[in-house]
Design a protein around this ligand. Structure first.
Ligand code: HEC
Length: 247
């Protein structure tokens, strides 16, 4: 009991410190993940998980919007992949793109990457025989992203209780809410939750849902809290029902 309290204390503190540091360093107004002990709850600890990077509908995000366009239209073999690198231009990652010297952050009008999208004849990219030009919507996304500063940015969509992708929905939750105690050489409860295989194993033997719901005689997880928000638990349940795939 004593040990668990200490561990949770450390956990809470580390997040509060991260919160404080990031607030001071970046003066950001984005909410961060906070797991708080709620003193107004009869002394019962409570859980509050706030989306660390909610998606702003007015922003374009590199990871979910720009990179998929580049990867499927530009970074192919014989074009702008790592090996062929036509004209020394590589478009398979943020670092590669920015190292290719075709983007002026904040100025689409001065960015070759944007200019070639609407060129004619041989100057058009992607070339017409490779499926070019991009759609007006795709060009709009790339243009807006450059004009917004060409940042290596990403966001987390708000919890949707019908979504249950391991990579997009579940693993981020586990990383935020579980890995602090369930990692390393002596994870709490003897359960490590760092890899897909480890998480899938406790999903398939039933311990994951029991722990998330506090049923079957299991302590509710995260330990010392009232549990995850219902929406997150619903996502885990759908995933387990589907056989805990690596989706
Ligand atoms: C503050 C530390 C802490 C956090 C955070 C935490 N756990 Fe635990 N977990 C424990 C401890 C301690 C135990 C051992 C509980 C016991 O004695 O039965 C445990 C046990 C477990 C077990 C094994 C249950 C059993 O008896 O076999 C599972 C599964 C589990 N946790 C899943 C999770 C999941 C999923 C999360 C995130 C949603 C989570 N835990 C977050 C501390 C934590």
């Amino acid at each position: 009991m004593q040990e668990k309290g200490n561990k949770m204390g450390k956990y809470v503190w580390s997040f509060l410190v991260i919160l404080l540091l990031s607030a001071v360093a970046a003066c950001k107004h984005e909410p961060e993940l906070v797991i708080v002990e709620d003193p107004g709850n009869g002394g019962n600890p409570d859980t509050l998980i706030v989306n660390p990077h909610p998606c702003d509908p007015d922003s374009v995000y590199f990871n979910s919007q720009v990179l998929p366009i580049l990867v499927s239209n530009c970074a192919m073999t014989d074009c702008h992949d790592a090996i062929t690198a036509e004209d020394d231009i590589r478009l398979y990652s943020y670092a590669a793109l920015m190292g290719s010297d075709i983007v002026t952050p904040g100025d689409a009008g001065d960015s070759d990457m944007i200019e070639v999208l609407t060129e004619t004849g041989n100057n058009l990219m992607p070339p017409s025989e490779m499926g070019g030009p991009l759609s007006a919507e795709q060009i709009g996304i790339l243009t807006q992203w450059v004009n917004q500063g060409a940042q290596n940015n990403s966001c987390t969509p708000d919890c949707d209780p019908t979504q249950f992708s391991f990579a997009a929905n579940l693993q981020p939750t586990i990383e935020l809410a579980c890995v602090g105690c369930h990692s390393g050489s002596s994870p709490d409860g003897g359960v490590a939750l760092e890899t897909f295989a480890q998480i899938q194993a406790v999903a398939l033997d039933g311990r994951l849902m029991h722990s998330l719901q506090g049923t079957g005689g299991y302590l509710i997880m995260p330990d010392n809290t009232l549990g995850l928000p219902a929406c997150n638990i619903a996502q885990f349940q759908l995933w387990v029902n589907a056989g805990a795939p690596n989706n």
